[in-house]
Design a binder for this molecule. Sequence first.
Ligand SMILES: Nc1ncnc2c1ncn2[C@@H]1O[C@H](COP(=O)(O)OP(=O)(O)OP(=O)(O)O)[C@@H](O)[C@H]1O
Length: 681
Amino acid sequence: MERYKKLYIKLEEANIKGLGEKTIEKLNKIKVITVKDLLYNFPRGYEDRRNIKKISNVRVGEFVTLRGIILTGELIRTRNKKVIYKIKLRDESGIIEVSWFQMPYLKNKLIPGKEIYVIGEIKRDYYLKMVNPEYEYVSEKVKYKAEILPNYSLISGLSQKIMRKIIKNCIEKYKEYILELIPDEIINKYKLLNRDEAIALIHFPKNNKDIEMCKHRFAVEELLMLEFKILYGRYKLENENNRKYYLLDKKDKVKDFLKELNFDLTNAQKRVITDIYKEIKNGKIVNRLIQGDVGSGKTIVAIIMLLYMADNGYQGVFMAPTEILAEQHYLGMVDRLNEIGIRMEILTGSIKGKQKEEILNKIKYGLVDIVVGTHALIEDNVKFKKLGLIVIDEQHKFGVIQRKRLREKGVLANLIVMSATPIPRSLALSIYGDLDVSIIDELPPGRQAIRTKWIKNGNEIEQMYKFIKSKLSEGRQCYIVAPLIEESEKLNLQSAVELYEKLKNGYFKKNSVKILHGRMKRNEKEEIMREFVKNRIQILVSTTVIEVGVNVPNASIMVISNSERFGLAQLHQLRGRVGRGEHKSYCFLLSDTKNEISKTRLKIMEESTDGFKIAEEDLKLRKSGEIFGTKQSGISDLRFVDIVHDIKTIKLAREEAKKYLSESKGKINNKILKFEIEKNI
Ligand SMILES: Nc1ncnc2c1ncn2[C@@H]1O[C@H](COP(=O)(O)OP(=O)(O)OP(=O)(O)O)[C@@H](O)[C@H]1O
């Protein structure tokens, strides 16, 4: 183990040839701190010297490697005192101009007659050329004994050449300390490269097969680490679960609440509630993801569970991803719950000073039953008297770590995570493997499909406005969503503010139009939301702050401007703000996009209102690493895994990690593996 820890030496103390203080500083900035970080700073791509382009074949915009002899070199001073070093490079097919800005010293390095590689993008002025490319002497190739050279993510002031040299030296010096962390059985079973070998090869592969083998090895490594982390954490939690607790199983407030509700729960809602009751009664700590399409009634389920905990003397937390949402949830619940004797508070980042202190005290002394809030709830100074249940709305904004921090605040911290971002089950299991999954697969009765129309031009917009006006006169309300707050010249998007002014003073002059955006003061936002809920505002122009959770059943029209800016999941979420009551609802997607992917998205939206189907289409359209909801789940750290296409490898890793832990009864015998997992939990 002591040997392995050498990989955790800080770069300052690592004594790597060619690695000086200044370079270390630069590396530190991109979080490369230790030897291990440097070894794991994998190339983002390769330069294949076996595949050099001919100068006569290059095209504008292409990223290429050229090889040629320097014909001429000249240093030019421009009128505004810039220095350009310009060469003409020739290969057997032609000549190209290559220039470097503000690097006069190149005059002495890139002298006529030398044979070099240049690696960069082809630009066009009047003729094709290259500007500021990387360069290398052909004679240098010998140093790496390789024709495929690694390219690293650019760090300002560090060239590829320097990075290659440092990493090469680092591998040479530390290779013997790179000990294996994947259990032998798995290495043998799947014929994986050993860790030390794979690290050396991924930086300096000899051929494409090496690269493939390395990618596979690291994909498995990453996934195993993720699954081990999740499952090991879970094993621990389940052991703690032996600590039985006792609930009187009282349901008075739950009953009061249900009595006041003017509808019956759907079977799917009942099923989920019963499952959770059962778990709690059996003394298990609840750890559950509730998935359900927008408007399927997840929030009601959460409220019932919070009431159940309150009935039995425990406090509960309801956590939302944004302040507006927290406020919206709070407003949606507070009157109803106060009536049945539940004490509620709200705690968000903008509540400060004395008011905050008061709330904190109430929480601490058990004078509050349910606290609604944002990230502010995980601060250290929030202490509970007896926290029993944490509900997290839209879990993609909270990662594993935040969940853990919250949970640590309660002796008995049951956890319910709600998500309206349907992910195919197999994927959900892999990503949120530390949670049990319940699905509410039924919408409340009487819901009508939302009619969705893609609006492409001014003419159609006029008609849409007319239509909206007629609906407003029938008593309905309308949301209009615009992506940004202020006009950004660069994106040239119609901003919410601008749109608001236009509508308020124009077509909808006689209607009540208001705006809501993230930069408004808390009480302003709250006031506007209240007014909208009470139907005193007819049109609410807003930024995407209303994306999730907002619930105003009387609102039946959703207009999304610049809708090509949104991903499918987001569009579906936004659309889900309407169609939440008995009224026929409409969604208009404004866009004049010419982009094929955007067009496909809008068409899918027109055709389907099924969240699961949309999620699947979404997966197909997205590149890996862009999957909605994976940002903080740990899966975004995966560099080698494409979570759309590598489902098989994901399953494999999960099964192997499970098997290992069940055979070893939850212990991890491989010291290196244990060290790495515990370091990261
Ligand atoms: N069983 C039911 N019958 C009728 N209406 C219901 C039922 N359950 C919930 N509702 C109503 O449907 C609307 C949506 O419910 P809720 O806010 O709980 O959904 P959600 O799944 O949390 O939605 P979202 O993910 O879109 O925020 C609310 O107006 C709620 O009162």
